[in-house]
Write a new protein. Sequence first.
Lengths: 317, 274
Amino acid sequence: MLYDIFIDPFVQMVTMPDFFLQVLWEGFVTGILYALIALGFVLIFKASGVFNFAQGIMVVFAGLTLVGLHEHGIPAYLALLLTIVVMGILAYGIERVVMRPLVNQPDIILLMATIGLTYFLVGFGEFVFGGEPKQMIAEQLGLPTGSTAFEMGERGLVILQHIDIAAALIAIIMVTALAIFFNKTRIGRALRAVADDHQAALSVGISLNQIWAIVWFAAGLVALATGIMWGARSDVSFALEIVAFKALPVLILGGFTSIPGAIIGGLIIGFGEKIGEIYWGGLVGGGIESWLAYIIALIFLLFRPQGLFGEKIIERV
Amino acid sequence: MNAIMTSEEMPQVAAPTAEREDLLRVDNVSLSFGGVKAITDISFDIKKGEIRAIIGPNGAGKTSMLNVINGFYHPQVGTITWQGQVRRKMKPYEAASQGIARTFQNVALFRGMTTLDNIMSGRSLKMRKNFFWQMMWYGPAREEEIEHRKKVEEIIDFLEIQAIRKTPVGRLPYGLQKRVELGRALAMEPDLLLLDEPMAGMNLEEKADMSRFILDVNQEFGTTIALIEHDMGVVMDLSDRVVVLDYGKKIADGPPEEVQASQAVIDAYLGVSH
C-alpha cells in the first residue's frame, strides 16, 4: 500500500518519461483553459466585488451564439465579429438592467442577481439555439487541426494536438494583453481605481457605469475565447457550464483579485488534476479528477486564506 | 432642540470677499434620510478665490453638505447654483467634469496603486484619446500619457512627495496619504476644491505643512477652497469666511473673528442646554 502511494508512481514517471510528458502537457493545456475561465471571474470581481456566477453560462452562450450564427449561413469570421458585438450588447444590458439598479447593495444581493442572470441566459440560449450540443466551428475559424508527434529517441513519443497549442498561445496572448491594458492605460487605471474605492473613483470623475460595461465586455470576450477553445476540445453544450465551476478552486488558489494568480492557480489545478488522476487515481478506483481540485484548494485555504496572490487580509485593531 | 436664529441675528458677511463673484451658491437646501434630517434649510455662498471653512460639532451636517455639493447626495429641497447655473441634482461624474474636486474625511485613496498612479487617476477626465489607441497603448494615447505625466510630476514636486512616487499608498503613513489625496484632487485642476478634514489625525508639523499647501494652492493657482476642519486655530488662520452648522442648521456665517465671538457658536461648541 505505502509502496503504491509513495514509490510506484515516481518509478513509473521515470521509467516511462514519454507518458509522463504527455500527462504534463495535458495538464498544462487544461490548466491554461481553467486559467482563462478564472480570468473572466477575476475581471468582474476586481472591478465590482461581484462574484459573477454567470461566467460559466457566458462561456456557453458565447460559444452557442458563434456556432448558431454560422449554422444560419453566416461566414465564420463574420459570425465571430457578430458574436463579439452580441457580447458587447450583453455587457451593456447587464450593466443597465442588473448592475446599475443594484449599485451599493450588499454583495450577496449582487451574487443572487448573477445567479438569476445565469438562469435567464440558460433559458434564452435554449430558446434561441436549442438544447442540443453543437460542434464548434474550429476549422472554419482557421484553428489548426491534427497533431504533431515528437519522438524521444528510444523512449517513445509525445503527441501534441495542434488545437491545444493554439489554445495555449491564444490564452497567453489574451492574458498579456489584459495585463498591459490594466497597468498601462487610462481605462486600466480607472478599472483598478474603481476596484479600490468606488467613492473616490466617482470623485475624480470616473464613471462607474462606463467602467462596469467595459469590464463585463472584457469578461464576455474572455468567455468567447474560452467557449471556442473548450468547444473545440469537446463540443458546445450547456454541460460546459459545469466545467466553468472548476474555476472556483483556481480562484481560491490564485486569489480572487489577481490576474497572475488566475494563471498560476489554473496551472497548479491543471497539472495536479491530471497527474493525480493518472498516477494515484487507480488506488481509489479512478475518477478523482472531478474533485481533486477542490481538495487541493481546501489544503491551500488552510495556509493562505487570501490565495497565492490575493490582497492580504489585514485587520487593524 | 436648539433655538432657531433669525437672519437678523446672524453675523453678516464682511465687505472685501462679499464683492467677489459667486462661484457656488446654496439656497434653502434640505436633505433627509428617511425620517432623519441631516440638513435643514441651509443657504450660503462660496466666492471665487476665497477659502471658505465649514465648521460645527460632530454630526452637524458638514460632510453631508460637501456630499451635496459634489453630487453624492441629492437634496430633497433647495437649489445649488454652480457658476451661474442652477441645479438640483448632479451626478458625481458631472460635478468632477465641471471642476469640483474633493478629498475625504477617512482618506479614500486607491490603496493598491502607487502614489504616481493615484495622482494620475485625477487626470482621467482630461485624457480623452480613444479606446482603440488605449488598447494598443501606442501612438496618440502614449503621447497623451507622457504629457499628463509631466503635469503630475509638477504636483508631486509641489507637494514634496518625490520620495514616495512609486510606493503603493496603502503602505504610507496617514499624514502622507492625506497629502497624496490632496495631490489627486489637484491633478483635476479644479475650480473648487472641497477638503473634508484635511488635517484630522495629523501632528503639529504635518498640520503646518498641510496649511502651507492649502494656502499655496489658493494663492498660486487661485483655486477656491471649501474646507471642513475641527482645529480652530487652523480654521481661523486659513479661512476668509466661516459658516457654522449645528444639528443640520446654519447658526453663523461670516469672517472668522466675528464667528468666533458669536454667542450661538460658543453655545453650540460648549453644549449649552437649549
